[in-house]
Each structure stands twice: as C-alpha cells, then as structure tokens.
Design a protein around this ligand. Structure first.
Ligand code: TRP
Length: 363
C-alpha cells in the first residue's frame, strides 16, 4: 500500500495476534508439505511504485509462496484507493507501476492471477449479501479502519472506508482463497472475512460450506524504516523504490539520517536510524545485522552508507534490469492484466452463481 500514511501500530489484541502467530508456524509446515492445498489471495492499493519495505515485507513472501507451489492471486485494489481521499490520482499509471514491480520481483503470470477490483463485476456484487451479514457496530469497531480514519484528520469517514473490510472479504472469498499473507494491521480484516464466511454458510446456505474460513499467514519480516528513521512511505520521500536507479539509491542513502556515535552498532531501540540501515543491508545480503555492524565498527556512518548502497544496488540489480525490460513492452503488460482479469471474472461468475443458487435468487 504505497503512499498510505497509517502506521502499523497495534491494531489487534495481543491475544489474537499470538493465536495467529502460532497458527502461522503450523501453516508454514503444511505449506511445505502440501503446497497444492493452498490458494493465496493478497493485494495492494495502486497508489504508486513499491519500495523496499513492501518488497521485504510482502512481495518477496508472495514470490516465495508461488515458488513453493502455492497458487497466488493478487488483487490490485483500485476501489480501496478511494476509501480515504477525494481524488483517484493517477490510477492507471499507478496500476502500471505496481504491475511492473510484481513481474520484475518474480510474480509469474503463467501461474499467478493478477487482476483489478474494478474489472471484476461479480466480485463487487458479493459485497451486497456480505454487507447484510455484519452489523454497523461491528464495522465501527474495526481498529484498522479507526486508525485509517484518524489518519485522515478532519475528514469524515466515507461509507466505503467503513465497509471496505467487507469488500476485502469479497476479494478473498470470491476465489476461495484460504491463505492471506498479511501484516498485523490487516488481521482484523481476515477476522471479518472469517465471520462473513461463517455467517453466510449458517444463514443463507443452511450450514453447507459455501465459503471456507481463510487463515492469515503472518510474515515475520522485520519492518524497515525510511531513510529519515520514520515509517518508510513514498509520501515522506524517505523510501528507496524498487524502480530507483543506482544513483538515486546512492543519493537517498547518502542523505539518510544517522546519529553522532562513530562506532556502528546494531541497536534498534536507541539507534533506530542506524539499525534500519543495517537491517536493509542485512536483508539484501542475507547477513545478520549485528555481524554487518561489526564489519564496519569504527569506520562510521560514511562507510555504513557506502556498504548499504552497494548491498541494495547489488541485490536489486537483476530485478531492476527486468523492470526496465518489462517497461519496454506495454503490450505484454496489458496482456498479463487482461488474462488475470479474465480468469478472475470466470471464477467470480461461478462463485456468484453458487451464491444466487443457495440464496434462491435464480429466476
Ligand atoms: N488492504 C490491503 C492493503 O492496504 C490491500 C488488500 C486489498 C488486500 N484486498 C486484499 C490484502 C485482500 C489482503 C487480502 O495493504
């Protein structure tokens, strides 16, 4: 979700987080053994190009699951862009950037299905029966929606912001996704999805299982901060984007905030800016941030920045090359999206037919 200003502070109870974390370890074991039993559904809001935080936080994980043999569906959530802002921005351009990031990162259009909300009418129609299954009070209690609304300041909450977790349930349930890789802020939405699946089956299907309850798969990737030590976000100008050139990357890291201590140590609590740079380099080189700090020692922030720049540029060089190649073939991009939309439409139409059938709405 590039450009979003909401921080991923605690938005679920510690108890439900702990349950999901334990369950996630279990799921990983099952995935390793039977990847074919799972279908991942996840996605992003098309608000701009993705940065390293997105890459290490979610995108790399999707590619990992895909390579393990799990079927992957990715929704480009264009209807979620308009939950909390007045203008749509440059939707088609942003969608193009997102698609380039996906493909360059290794999402394989031959096995994965990438589609956009607005292209799948039957998915959107599921919103109506699903809305009937939740109360207004339940919607108002969603901690992530509350935080997002507060982040918009004075702006009063739109009906779409209040109800988008139900729309997100339609994203997941239309294709019977059973695995939703998410960060902590999205857990309440997976809970809502489970509730809707359960209630749909009870209320409209006489207990038959039309919709299974999906599981959240929590990622344990550490959170990368931006180069100013605050949350990495495009709108703050502190994000290294996947599409950045090597020179842009070097310039951004050169300006990164550090601190007055010359000796480099990994101390996320007292030295968050230095720690985040170390973590960035460690993720790119598959090293331990403590070892990375030791290798720099008293050579100071200049040496740190040079090494981080090299690590980032080295790691992302192949991805960036692929991205440039892909950007030169807009026909291919259009075809990938058209294929994804067609496949999603086919599945959504089948699901909506099933829903009409159990609801006695086939006339
Ligand atoms: N809300 C998610 C985000 O902002 C994006 C999203 C849309 C999503 N639909 C989804 C994530 C379904 C998981 C499952 O990041």
């Amino acid at each position: 979700m590039p450009g979003r200003t909401v921080s991923t502070t605690v938005t679920t109870t510690d108890a439900s987080f702990a349950v999901s974390a334990a369950r996630s370890a279990d799921l990983e074991a099952q995935i390793a053994e039977h990847p074919g039993d799972f279908r991942v559904l996840t996605g992003d809001r098309p608000t701009g190009a993705l940065h390293l935080g997105h890459y290490f936080g979610t995108l790399a994980n999707r590619v990992r699951l895909q390579r393990a043999g799990v079927e992957v569906f990715v929704v480009i959530a264009d209807y979620q862009v308009i939950t909390d802002r007045d203008s749509v921005g440059h939707l088609s351009r942003n969608l193009g950037e997102l698609l380039l990031d996906y493909l360059a990162a290794g999402i394989d259009p031959d096995t994965a299905t990438v589609f956009a909300h607005s292209a799948i009418p039957a998915l959107n129609q599921l919103m109506l029966p699903f809305l009937s299954l939740v109360t207004a009070a339940e919607l108002r209690r969603n901690p992530t929606v509350k935080a997002e609304s507060e982040a918009t300041g004075e702006r009063s909450m739109s009906g779409l912001l209040l109800t988008y977790p139900v729309h997100q349930a339609a994203d997941i349930l239309f294709c019977h996704g059973n695995l939703v890789p998410v960060g902590r802020d999205q857990l309440p939405h997976v809970e809502t999805t489970r509730l809707i699946a359960r209630r749909f089956n009870e209320r409209y299907a006489g207990g038959a299982v039309v919709f299974g309850e999906p599981d959240a798969l929590l990622t344990d990737a550490p959170v990368l901060l931006g180069t100013d030590g605050t949350k990495m976000s495009k709108s703050r100008g502190n994000a290294i984007e996947l599409r950045s050139t090597e020179d842009e990357t070097a310039a951004l890291i050169r300006r990164a905030k550090t601190d007055a201590h010359r000796t480099i140590t990994y101390d996320p609590v007292d030295r968050p800016e230095v720690a985040s740079l170390l973590l960035t380099a460690a993720m790119c080189t598959d090293a331990d941030p403590v070892d990375f700090a030791d290798s720099i020692g008293s050579r100071g922030a200049g040496a740190l920045k040079a090494l981080v720049t090299e690590a980032v540029n080295e790691y992302f060089r192949p991805l960036r090359r692929r991205r440039i190649d892909l950007a030169g073939d807009p026909e291919h991009l259009r075809a990938v999206l058209a294929r994804g939309n067609a496949r999603a439409n086919e599945i959504a139409n089948d699901t909506l037919d099933d829903v009409r059938h159990v609801m006695d709405m086939t006339y």
